[in-house]
Design a protein around this ligand. Structure first.
Ligand code: PLP
Length: 390
């Protein structure tokens, strides 16, 4: 197995993307959802910190992914730079002043207000093109979206204007990953289906209707519809423990495989006496003569300061505890119980080594957040490499 990319020997920290794990996760979703359901791979936030360039090129080659979704126009431009023939859906807001850049082949916009629709209409009409729009219906989160009672009027407005075309209808779940009580998600689905029915009755047909994020796609076949918006689970991470609990009892249950590993090199090994303080604030004091490893990564690289004195990294297949506070670019680990560690030995901040594993979910649990935030905040400055079995 070729696990060492040649370039990494001159790096102090890097991220590895496991192509085989990614293919495993995509195949799992391709088998799970009907043939006619498109898989839209969500690559916002630098592909959940995995590196948008690598993830888009792997996904575009996969033959499983039918398109991409991003949050911003800028992210859509990055995707189209890597995969010029793909289709990209912008999920977030595009300022009115930027809509000129948003009318281009391959790009669809999510809309929820008349100002955006009218501005797009006039831009696209002038260019003699048609901009495809997805109408976002707000069914229960009260963020972006039209109220269900206004959805038909907005669809009619789009139909009445030149240069714009209603391509899709979407909604998003509020708490589908937060609980094993799915009554609110079921309520949102009913509201959404009522809107769809009203639009179809008014002859808004051939719409790509979509609602499912990872948790919905994993748990509820009725949410698969015409397209799923696959984010976190494509990267091999469970949306939550609750989703895992619910999915684990399914006869077709398969584990997801985490795609990302985060590694760094030990930049100094130092022996310290008993009774010495470690790090800012003197929050840790050695109780024995100790060997410390210095890791050239800190909160500015995305290793949360809230993990101070709390997490472990993996060194030579063993767990080494973090000592003292995480600094901006540095933290310290305890190597006292791990023999034969050398300068520049790799340590694993997220990933597996032998029988030991540190997952993004483990780190998230230790500092009161979700795995999404842990991976999404890994600095885009850190180089990413694709590793593969073949
Ligand atoms: C981020 C996002 C998704 C993907 O959610 P996951 O839980 O990561 O699968 C889907 N839809 C919208 C609107 C999103 O913003």
């Amino acid at each position: 197995m070729s696990r060492n990319s040649p370039a990494e020997s001159n790096l102090h920290t890097w991220v590895e993307i496991d192509e085989d794990a990614f293919r495993h996760n995509l195949t799992l979703f391709r088998r799970k959802v009907p043939r006619t359901t498109r898989i839209c791979f969500v690559v916002k936030a630098n592909a959940y910190g995995h590196g948008v360039h690598h993830m888009v090129s792997l996904a575009a080659r996969s033959s499983v992914v039918d398109g991409f979704a991003v949050h911003t126009l800028r992210e859509a431009e990055d995707v189209l730079a890597v995969a010029p023939h793909s289709s990209v859906l912008v999920l977030g807001y595009v300022p009115l002043g930027n809509l000129g850049r948003a009318v281009r082949p391959g790009l669809s916009l999510t809309v929820w207000n008349a100002e955006t629709v009218r501005a797009l209409s006039s831009i696209a009409h002038t260019l003699d093109v048609t901009a495809p729009l997805h109408l976002k219906v707000e069914t229960g989160t009260n963020r972006h979206g039209v109220h269900p009672r206004d959805a038909l009027a907005m669809a009619d407005l789009i139909r009445s204007l030149p240069g714009v075309r209603l391509e899709g209808l979407s909604t998003h779940y509020a708490n589908i990953e937060d609980t094993t009580d799915y009554s609110y998600a079921e309520y949102q689905t009913r509201v959404f289906f009522d809107v769809r029915r009203a639009l179809v009755s008014a002859r808004h047909t051939n719409l790509v209707v979509h609602a499912a994020c990872s948790a919905a796609a994993l748990l509820f076949a009725p949410t698969h519809l015409d397209m799923i918006r696959l984010g976190i689970a494509g990267y091999g991470l469970w949306p939550s423990r609750e989703t895992l609990v619910s999915a684990a009892v399914f006869p077709d249950f398969s584990p997801l495989k985490p795609v990302l590993s985060w590694k760094a090199r030990i930049s100094q090994i130092r022996a310290v006496d008993a009774g010495q303080f470690v790090g800012y604030g003197c929050t840790f004091r050695t109780t024995r003569a100790s060997i410390l490893g210095i890791i050239p990564v800190g909160y500015s690289e995305g290793y949360p300061r809230a993990l101070s004195g709390a997490s472990h990294v993996l060194v030579r297949g063993a767990r080494a505890p973090v000592r003292g506070r995480i600094c901006m670019n540095i933290f310290m680990i305890d190597l006292t119980d791990i023999p034969d560690v050398s300068l520049e030995d790799p340590v694993i901040l997220i990933g597996a080594d032998g029988n030991e594993t540190v997952t993004a979910a483990d780190l998230a649990a230790m500092c009161g957040t979700i795995s999404y935030e842990i991976v999404a905040r890994i600095s885009p400055e850190i180089p990413r490499f694709v590793v593969t079995e073949r």
